[in-house]
Write a protein that binds this ligand. Structure first.
Ligand code: S3P
Length: 440
């Protein structure tokens, strides 16, 4: 895996304090590049996440002929080419570690007149893509992966797509978004029904670009053939990146942190609901709406957490937050039980197995199950943990050091840059004793 030699070293103890603005929202940053590129006119983005994942999307659109200025301090200017203005890229599109890029682009590129091949890194090349290629084929798209249903993916252009009504078998915003983006180019209506609410940034942002999206309960639909009008997008801080500091502040005695300008879209706030149910002291302050997305400042203070049975309805609303929540559970009194989260097994790593292995390496009683984990809170020892190249796992174990009795070394941390460049410096400023170094 690329950059597997970056190691985090943590000294035990300490606390978190101060006012912090974490990196921009990854999901919103991807979508801003995609829709801004297809819009008529110039889209200005501020707060853009300059992480490897969203930059992979940005570079893909540059490769398809879109003039994109920046990013400079989170500011990006996109000179939109209109719905049919993309050009064939010269080579394959390399999307690195980014599942969101590959899945959303599969839908969007199905509607173009040219062929494209997309590849990823070792992790992305092992992730399931049938969840999108199967429904896209029902729309008339031709997207071919390996026999195992994994990337590389070849999208054949020039197909006439038709709208479908699709009941998603799993709660996935990536699948929903992929189909809606294909639906922009389809004849008639595309309707996606989800088994449980998932992040709705695509629906909101399409509306922000002037495209009609009808949302009715668990169904989102749109009609193909419309146009997008350029707009301004202010990307809030990513609640998934704020999560590490929320958990860190909750578990470390004497902590008091204010996380600024965090996106609190109702489809993303499972982490707040779950931590509160565990006894976490979390205040949501100064709520406002910025560019169609709710935003707030979040204050978190240390608290004695207790183990809970995590409510099923919170699972899709906190799907990226479980690595950090497992660390919170390790510091809680009693047992925490997660079920219904089999999707965690097909993220950047198998997050159930990799987290269980890491927790056990730190002396925590963690038992993985097919669709979740049982964790008994207790002491955290020092030790060496392998993040498996998974950004969220690396940052979660960094926070575990706040309650550890010895030093923690975390291996394979380079992918922290996919979602949270600057994590180490920000964490140091907040009070974490962390350094990073390259080990060959
Ligand atoms: C994302 C959706 C989620 C999430 C991923 C980003 C998105 O994936 O895990 O980090 O931007 O749509 P699923 O929709 O597959 O659960």
């Amino acid at each position: 895996m690329s950059g597997s030699d970056l190691v985090f070293n943590l000294s035990p103890g300490g606390h978190l304090s101060g006012e912090i603005r974490v990196a921009g929202d990854k999901s919103i940053s991807h979508r801003a590049i995609m829709l801004g590129s297809l819009a008529n006119g110039v889209t200005e983005i501020s707060g853009f996440l300059e992480g490897d994942d969203s930059l992979a999307t940005l570079n893909a659109f540059r490769a398809m002929g879109v003039q994109i200025d920046g990013p400079t301090n989170g500011n990006v200017t996109i000179h939109g080419v209109g719905m049919h203005g993309l050009k064939p890229p010269e080579g394959v599109l390399d999307l690195g570690n980014s599942g969101t890029s590959m899945r959303l682009l599969s839908g969007l590129l199905s509607g173009q007149s040219f062929d494209v091949e997309m590849v990823g890194d070792r992790s992305l090349n092992a992730r399931p893509m049938k969840r999108i290629t199967v429904p896209l084929a029902m729309m008339g798209a031709v997207v071919e992966g390996t026999d195992a249903g994994t990337p590389p993916l070849k999208v054949k252009g020039g197909q006439q797509l038709k709208g479908i009504l699709y009941k998603m078998p799993m709660a996935s915003a990536q699948v929903k978004s992929s189909l809606l983006l294909a639906g922009l180019y389809a004849e008639g209506e595309t309707c996606v029904i989800e088994p449980a609410p998932t992040r709705d940034h695509t629906e909101r942002m399409l509306q922000g670009f002037g495209y009609e999206v009808r949302v009715n309960g668990h169904a989102a639909s749109l009609s193909g053939g419309g146009e997008l009008q350029a707009t301004r997008i202010d990307v809030p801080a990513d609640i998934s990146s704020a999560t590490f500091f929320m958990v860190g502040a909750a578990i470390a005695p004497n902590s008091d942190v204010l996380l600024q300008h965090v996106g609190i879209n109702p489809t993303r706030i499972g982490v707040i609901n779950i931590l509160r149910q565990m006894g976490g002291a979390i205040e949501v302050q100064n709520e406002r709406v910025v560019g169609g997305e709710p935003v707030a400042d979040i204050r978190v203070r240390s608290s004695q957490l207790r183990g809970i049975q995590i409510p099923q309805d919170q699972v899709p609303l906190a799907i990226d937050e479980f690595p950090a929540l497992f660390v919170a559970a390790a510091c809680a009194e009693g047992e925490t039980v997660l079920t219904g989260a089999e999707e965690l097994r097909v993220k950047e790593t198998d997050r159930i197995q990799v987290m269980a292995d890491g927790l056990k390496a730190l002396g925590v009683a963690a038992t993985p199950t097919a669709d979740g984990m049982v964790i008994r809170g207790g002491e955290i020892s020092g030790g060496c943990v392998d993040s498996g190249g998974d950004h969220r796992i690396a940052m979660s174990f960094a926070m575990a050091a706040l309650r550890a009795s010895g030093e923690i070394k975390i291996l394979d941390c380079a992918n922290v840059n996919t979602s949270f460049p600057g994590f180490v410096a920000l964490a140091q400023r907040a009070g974490l004793s962390i350094t990073s170094d390259h080990q060959g």
